[in-house]
Design a protein around this ligand. Structure first.
Ligand SMILES: [Zn+2]
Length: 230
């Protein structure tokens, strides 16, 4: 079910089960066309969110923004009809390479056998995508370099960082949607020295948005986020 956060911003919450790797998806509702922030981790996840958007009576999404190219933020894209997919320019080559891989349950199994560190991510993908027949990775239709304002006033800003080179934050109605931007690198390439990007967190908090939403946690008010950052 969609939760209203503030202003035009609604959230379909993340799955608290870490093994599901199912991040939150935001909807910035607008009569000129809603903006989706991230696609859901699978066509099934996307369809569930689509049904929730209809049930809440919100305008259909017209733009889909990828906070970054990782599967759990992009693999639902093929199930969203008639959206313009927008992402940072560096997402194009990354997603083109991902789209060229022969995704199937057998491929996932073989990859985990070759590199067991892929297990948590690839097992979650196998659970998320039951049927590969209607699955495809959608490469962005529109890109930007530093920042972009969509026609409804939603602002996209590239922040990059160690988690993903294309990490983008989305700003709307006092809410900063962060994706995974300040997280350490993905598990299979993470080293013991890797940590959250505290400098980025500090920088983003200094902008004093009313709400901070990373994709795998409940939303935090500014005061809560400041308290947690110490
Ligand atoms: Zn990620």
């Amino acid at each position: 079910m969609l939760q209203h956060l503030t202003g035009r911003v609604w959230l379909y919450p993340h799955d608290p089960d870490p093994e599901a790797i199912r991040p939150s998806v935001a909807v910035i509702a607008d009569d000129r066309g809603s903006v989706l922030v991230d696609a859901g981790n699978s066509p099934e996840h996307a369809r569930t969110i689509g049904t929730a958007i209809e049930a809440a009576g919100l305008p259909a999404p017209k733009w889909l923004v990828y906070t970054h190219h990782h599967w759990d933020h992009t693999w639902g894209a093929c199930a969203w009809p008639d959206v313009t997919v927008v992402a940072h320019a560096t997402a194009v080559d990354l997603l083109t390479a991902e789209a060229d891989r022969p995704w199937s349950h057998r491929y996932l199994r073989d990859q985990v056998e070759a590199n067991p560190k892929l297990g948590p991510s690839f097992r979650a993908r196998a659970l998320a995508v039951a049927d590969w027949a209607d699955f495809r990775i959608v490469v962005p239709h529109q890109t930007f370099d530093e920042a972009l304002a969509l026609p409804t006033g939603v602002v996209l800003r590239h922040v990059g960082g160690n988690h993903a080179p294309d990490s983008t934050i989305v700003l709307a109605d006092g809410v900063a949607l962060l994706g995974d931007a300040f997280y350490p690198p993905p598990y299979h390439v993470r080293t013991p020295e890797d940590a959250p990007d505290y400098a980025m967190i500090k920088r983003l908090l200094s902008e004093r948005h009313a709400w901070y939403v990373d994709a795998h946690s409940p939303p935090r008010r500014l005061s809560e986020a400041l308290a947690q950052s110490g």
